[in-house]
Each structure stands twice: as structure tokens, then as C-alpha cells.
Write a protein that binds this ligand. Structure first.
Ligand code: BJW
Length: 249
């Protein structure tokens, strides 16, 4: 399948509201210097299972350790800049407002910074904090009650702050997964960029789009677990292929 053929599919999809759905994963931000999720388990973190660090159970068992892992990754996100792939999606969105629905598994903010404000965030926001549990003494802990620490805690009841992401075993925000499933069912074309397709329910969206009659195109330098859901596999990186696919349309 040539780039020109996929560009034709995109041109047709862009004529309809919601005609183009784009699902992104960690590979989208790799060329901005943010390690993919599985690459982030390197160095001092390599001896841990992802499910151990990115889970409530893991956080409760080693709060300082998990907080420090997120602090390191937050610094990386703050220092990163959108790459040519993010910019191509942002520019396309400005040229075709309403025709593209962007669904991301990424917890960074690079799509917004490239000009796609209303995207669907399936796995939350790494730069946000929230309380781990309900307040033991009041209806809710007050952010001003947080005492600095790793992690910070509520001065009143000891509740811990945690990153505002979705960990393994947690429900995705219902409005986000509902909107993503609707977008998958309605689109004419789904572009799947930079995901291993290993994590559910996000991994089911390409199959959902395909079952509802959409074309599915995967952009990834490597094989993914959902390649079988796609009619077209484009082997290459997000920052190279997205401008080639979208610029000038
Ligand atoms: C490039 C590139 C370049 C590199 N350009 N590409 C059904 C079956 C089996 C299990 C389950 C199931 N349904 C639910 C589950 C359980 C679980 C799950 O999926 N487990 C699997 C491991 C099997 N799912 C959940 O728990 C979810 N919750 C849920 O379903 O609730 C209901 C429920 C609960 C309990 C039981 C059953 C149901 C929640 C999932 C939350 C995922 N959270 C994380 C962490 C977020 C916070 C953080 O960042 O720390 O989200 S995990 C991690 O994986 C992160 C990512 O968003 C997500 C996906 O990873 P992604 O984006 O695909 O990255 P990588 O690293 O895997 O791949 C990178 C890709 O990029 C590669 O393919 C590269 O080749 C490519 N690439 N350079 C383009 N330049």
C-alpha cells in the first residue's frame, strides 16, 4: 500500500465530520525524546514489571519509588517538544476542523501543544495529581492541605497524592472510552500510530473500527499485536510518515 493510496483514503475521510479517527500510542512521542512505555522500563527501572510500577498495588507497596519514577518522567515531558508528526496532526486539524477525532493513550501533552485541544485522553494526564483515596476526615482533601514529600500527603488525614493517570486494573474514564468507541464505530478511516496494541481496551478500537466498515492503517516501524486488524501497514516512524500522509491535504 503506497503513501499516495493512504492519502486518497484520508482525503475522502476528511470530507465527513468524524471521518478520520487517529489512535496514538507512545511511539508517537518517541521522536520528541519521550521513551515509549516499554522503553521507560530501562535503567534503574528495568528490574520492575510495568504492572508493578503502573498500578495502585505497586504504588501502595512502594509509594516513594513509584512517585520518583513518575517525577523523572514528568521532567522529560516538560522538557519535550512536539515533533513533526504531532505538528502534522495539529495542522491537519486546523485545516479540517471537525473531521478528525484524535484518541490518545499518551499521558503527555504534546498533541495539545501542537494544536489539537479536544482530543480523547484514554489514560489520563501525567502532569496532573489526584488523591489516592477518599479523605478519611472530610468530604475531600484540600490541595492546600498537601504536605511536600515523595509523594506529598494530606496534612490532615495522611492521604497520598498520586499521578492523574490510569493504572493497570483501573477503569478508563467512562466518557473517554465511550467517545473513543463511538469515534471508532463512526469513522471511515482509522490511523493507528505508534502503539504496541498490547493494552486493552484501547487495543480493541482498531478492530471495532474495522468491524464497522472503516479502513484501518497502522503506522509503526515494528510489528504490533493488532496488525491483523489493519488493511494497510506502513512501516516507518510517526515524525516521518505523518507529514508524508497529511501535509498538503
Ligand atoms: C513507534 C516509534 C516511532 C516506537 N514512531 N511508532 C483484555 C485482555 C487481557 C487483559 C485485559 C483485557 N482488558 C483489560 C485487561 C487488563 C489490562 C491490560 O490491557 N493488560 C494487558 C497488559 C494484557 N488493562 C487494564 O487494566 C485497563 N483497565 C481496564 O481494562 O479496566 C477494566 C478492567 C480492570 C481489571 C480487569 C479487567 C478489566 C487499564 C489500562 C491502563 C494502561 N495504563 C498505562 C500506564 C499509564 C500511566 C503511565 O504512563 O505510567 O498506559 S500502561 C501503558 O501501556 C500506558 C500506555 O498508554 C499503554 C499502551 O502502550 P503503548 O502506547 O502501546 O506503548 P508501547 O511502549 O507498548 O509501544 C510503543 C510502540 O511504538 C511500539 O509498537 C513501537 O514499535 C512503536 N514505536 N518508535 C511510531 N518513532
Amino acid at each position: 500500500m503506497s503513501i499516495e493510496t493512504v492519502r486518497r483514503l484520508i482525503r475522502v475521510a476528511a470530507d465527513e465530520p468524524g471521518g478520520l479517527a487517529v489512535l496514538t500510542g507512545a511511539g508517537m512521542s518517541a521522536e520528541s525524546g519521550i521513551p515509549t512505555f516499554r522503553d521507560a522500563m530501562t535503567g534503574m527501572w528495568s528490574k520492575f514489571d510495568p504492572a508493578e510500577l503502573a498500578s495502585e498495588q505497586g504504588f501502595r507497596a512502594r509509594p516513594q519509588h513509584v512517585w520518583d519514577w513518575y517525577a523523572e518522567r514528568r521532567e522529560g515531558v516538560r522538557a519535550a517538544l512536539p515533533n513533526a508528526g504531532h505538528r502534522a496532526l495539529g495542522d491537519f486539524h486546523r485545516r479540517h476542523p471537525g473531521s478528525m477525532v484524535l484518541i490518545t493513550q499518551n499521558v503527555d501533552n504534546l498533541h495539545q501543544r501542537a494544536g489539537v485541544p479536544g482530543m480523547i485522553r484514554l489514560h489520563g494526564d501525567i502532569l496532573a495529581d489526584r488523591w489516592l483515596g477518599p479523605c478519611a476526615r472530610h468530604p475531600a482533601c484540600s490541595p492546600t492541605e498537601a504536605v511536600a514529600g515523595r509523594p506529598p500527603r494530606c496534612a490532615d488525614c495522611g492521604n497520598l497524592l498520586r499521578p492523574g493517570v490510569v493504572w493497570f486494573g483501573e477503569m478508563l474514564p467512562p466518557a473517554a472510552i465511550d467517545a473513543a468507541e463511538l469515534a471508532a464505530r463512526r469513522c471511515r478511516l482509522m490511523l493507528v500510530v505508534g502503539t504496541s496494541g498490547a493494552v486493552w481496551p484501547a487495543a480493541g478500537l482498531a478492530g471495532e473500527a474495522r468491524r464497522h466498515g472503516a479502513s484501518v492503517v497502522i503506522v509503526n516501524p515494528e510489528a504490533s499485536e493488532i496488525d491483523g486488524d489493519a488493511q494497510h501497514l506502513l512501516r516507518g516512524t510517526a515524525a516521518t510518515l505523518l507529514p508524508a500522509l497529511l501535509d498538503g491535504l
